[in-house]
Design a protein around this ligand. Sequence first.
Ligand SMILES: NC(=O)c1ccc[n+]([C@@H]2O[C@H](COP(=O)([O-])OP(=O)(O)OC[C@H]3O[C@@H](n4cnc5c(N)ncnc54)[C@H](OP(=O)(O)O)[C@@H]3O)[C@@H](O)[C@H]2O)c1
Length: 335
Amino acid sequence: MRSRTLGTTGPTVSALGLGCMGMSALYGQADRTESIATIHAALEAGVTLLDTGDFYGMGHNELLIGEALREAGPGARDDAVISVKFGALRDAAGGWSGYDGRPAAVKNFLAYSLQRLGTDHVDVYRLSRLDPEVPIEETVGAIAEEVQAGRVRHIGLSEVGAETIRRAAATAPVCDLQIEYSLFSRGIEKEILPACRELGIGVTAYGVLSRGLLSGHWTRDRELGAGDFRGASPRFSGENLERNLDLVDALRKVAEQKGVTVAQAAIAWVLSRGEDVVPLVGARRRDRLAEALGALDVTLDPADLAAIEQAVPADAVAGERYPAALMAHMDSERG
Ligand SMILES: NC(=O)c1ccc[n+]([C@@H]2O[C@H](COP(=O)([O-])OP(=O)(O)OC[C@H]3O[C@@H](n4cnc5c(N)ncnc54)[C@H](OP(=O)(O)O)[C@@H]3O)[C@@H](O)[C@H]2O)c1
């Protein structure tokens, strides 16, 4: 397994990380046994970075990862780099009621996560969305106290813009920013990625397959179950979906010529962005994971990259990446 280091101060991790969200939430029903088998297959393949959020299934995802690591045997926890997002406020009906980045909340959220994961530390801890009521210095300062106490190893950020990144990095060492980055979502290239590079902060890219839309497996008539985020996502709706799947078909032609799948081409493109970018893939089945891992063997030369970017031009995607109500929480979208 190839490895990459998260920023100048962060841990060295597998060049591809496993995002576990869909095993507990947001993408409809998941199979628990297959989810755990997928985590085990990832660990066996040398994947070390496991990403979760305490609000993915209200703790379900952390319990699942904790169980998978225990079952994987002695040493599995220490070999893994667990990245946890916190701060999202939920309700029992699955609703979202904002974000809490107060220092007391940081300590409270972390205590529950450690218990659910069955560990004494989190490797990378990050606020999932900026809390507009709490200066980022206070939230990062509270995580830094947990670093001092040994309960957190590194501080990360999620979906924040350049100014917030600078303020956070001036408070304490930040190892990475987790943010959406794919052929369909290139918004970070203008200001956010350069700021990260200037400050020695790595990027863990999520949505590299645009939540399945860019995987080559999405079909126009796919039915979505209740609670599936994609049912409300502008990119999966109506004419936008038609236009976006046309782009996927164009990418499919390039991928076929290269002898790879669409998903592998999309992941390899993100891997080609730089050694400081680590893609997370949201595989929740072993066959999907195996396909994603195949991207690590794909080398894209300048002609391949040009063909891919011609098939999917930088601003060609139709629709915002989140519904309007959720876009309002994105500090990263405020420019
Ligand atoms: N910081 C943030 O704000 C934030 C937001 C969202 C996610 N994340 C993190 O990033 C991770 C990845 O995000 P994501 O799940 O949206 O990204 P993704 O990898 O773009 O999408 C995952 C979806 O793609 C489908 N897929 C098809 N072929 C695949 C393949 N070969 N490998 C993997 N997936 C394939 C899966 O479908 P099927 O399961 O239907 O087969 C799954 O529904 C999450 O698990 C989470 O940990 C972070």
